[in-house]
Design a protein around this ligand. Structure first.
Ligand code: ATP
Ligand code: MG
Ligand code: FE
Length: 352
């Protein structure tokens, strides 16, 4: 089957055409992404109203470009997959309305996809990763450890009880006077820094469960920065390096616990898969790779362009849903909140 995918849930507008063969392998025929990062940079974060307008302006052209690049025509499509949530309502509405219009005009099935499901299933497209596996999704809006057992079968093992991981990077950057988006700039600045100079906390490390907490760490960075003020370039580098080291240690600890929990309650994972913008961070990756190597477990990091928001992952999730006859109600409205495991099959002993 060949699907058109549309993604407009946050600050990337994207359209993609993906093909899934009968043997289960997938090919990305096109994946056009327009990042609004420059529209939002001067505000230091994503402004919902600006995002929605930018999606309206960009989407039609991107859909045409995606189809053109794919070498396919409207008649070659078997369905339209669109991110229906979670995300910013303005952007979601733009994508859902456009997808509904195309589906109606072309008589194609409409497949609303949970944005997180797109991230969760990407590894099956890029690496052919087999179920079940553990997904660590770390972006500006999400911090989740999810056991992925199959299409439509997700169990969230851990999440953040306050800030998202990417948000913590962005706020730390802001406090230290580094430009938005913070993550890449903190990483770059940390390269020259001493990760042991500031003894920052490792929130929840060693504690039961697989949740994250990042607001305390953020506060600790602020206090350390105030103590050391006025900050020299050296101080900023050392703070970035110390922050990043603390985060990487916590991510490793939480992932190790989630892998153990998964092995006990669900079955041995085939891999640890990372997704989301923060997955670009080399210090975090290195820690996770070492963790996996020590356990003889595969570490899967899809190409960055497919780790951050894109429509290929949405088209792919739609194709898998279509293949499994799992498509939800095509009348499904845009849903700003939509937990990934809400529609999960009841788990044995999960109390759900
Ligand atoms: P959503 O959360 O809805 O998926 P998003 O736009 O917040 O959307 P992404 O685009 O996947 O998420 O990722 C952006 C986030 O990733 C930002 O918070 C950014 O600071 C962070 N990030 C990007 N590169 C790095 C890096 N090298 N190190 C740490 N964080 C990074
Ligand atoms: Mg983004
Ligand atoms: Fe995302």
């Amino acid at each position: 089957v060949t699907l058109l995918g549309i993604e407009t849930s946050c600050d990337e507008t994207s359209a993609s055409v993906v093909r899934r063969e009968a043997d289960g392998r997938g090919t990305i025929l096109s994946n056009v992404v327009f990042s609004q990062i420059e529209d939002h940079a001067i505000y230091g974060g994503v402004v919902p109203e600006i995002a929605a307008r930018a999606h309206v302006e960009a989407l039609d052209g991107l859909v045409r470009a995606a189809l053109g690049e794919s070498g396919r025509n409207w008649v070659d499509l078997d369905g339209i997959a669109v991110t229906a949530g979670p995300g910013l309502i303005g952007g979601l509405l733009v994508g859902v309305m456009t997808a509904k219009a195309i589906a109606a005009a072309r008589g194609l099935p409409l497949l609303p996809v949970n944005h997180l499901e797109g991230h969760a299933l990407t590894a099956t497209l890029t690496d052919g990763t087999a179920f079940p596996y553990l997904l660590l999704l770390v972006s500006g809006g999400h911090t989740q450890l999810v056991a992925v057992e199959g299409v439509g079968r997700y169990r969230r093992l851990g999440t953040t009880i306050d800030d998202a991981l990417g948000e913590a990077f962005d706020k730390t950057a802001k406090m230290l006077g580094l430009p938005y988006p913070g993550g890449p700039n903190v990483e770059k600045t940390a390269l020259a820094g001493d990760p042991t100079r500031f003894p920052l906390p490792r929130p929840l490390k060693g504690q039961p469960g697989c949740n994250f907490s990042l607001s305390g760490l953020k506060t600790a960075v602020r206090l350390a920065a105030e103590d050391a003020a006025p900050l020299t370039e050296r101080d900023v580098s050392d703070l970035c390096a110390s922050f990043q080291a603390a985060v990487a240690e916590v991510v490793e600890d939480r992932s190790r616990r989630a892998l153990a929990l998964m092995r006990e309650e669900i079955g041995a994972p085939t891999a640890l898969v990372v997704a989301g913008g923060v997955a670009a961070n080399k210090a975090i990756r290195a820690r996770l790779e070492t963790l996996c190597n020590g356990m003889g477990l595969a570490f899967v990091a899809p190409p960055m362009a497919l780790c951050t928001d894109n429509a290929a992952m949405i088209a792919w999730a739609g194709a898998l849903r279509l293949a499994e006859g799992l498509s939800p109600d095509p009348e499904l409205p845009a849903r700003p909140r939509w937990p990934l495991d809400e529609s999960a099959e009841p788990m044995h002993g999960s109390g759900r």
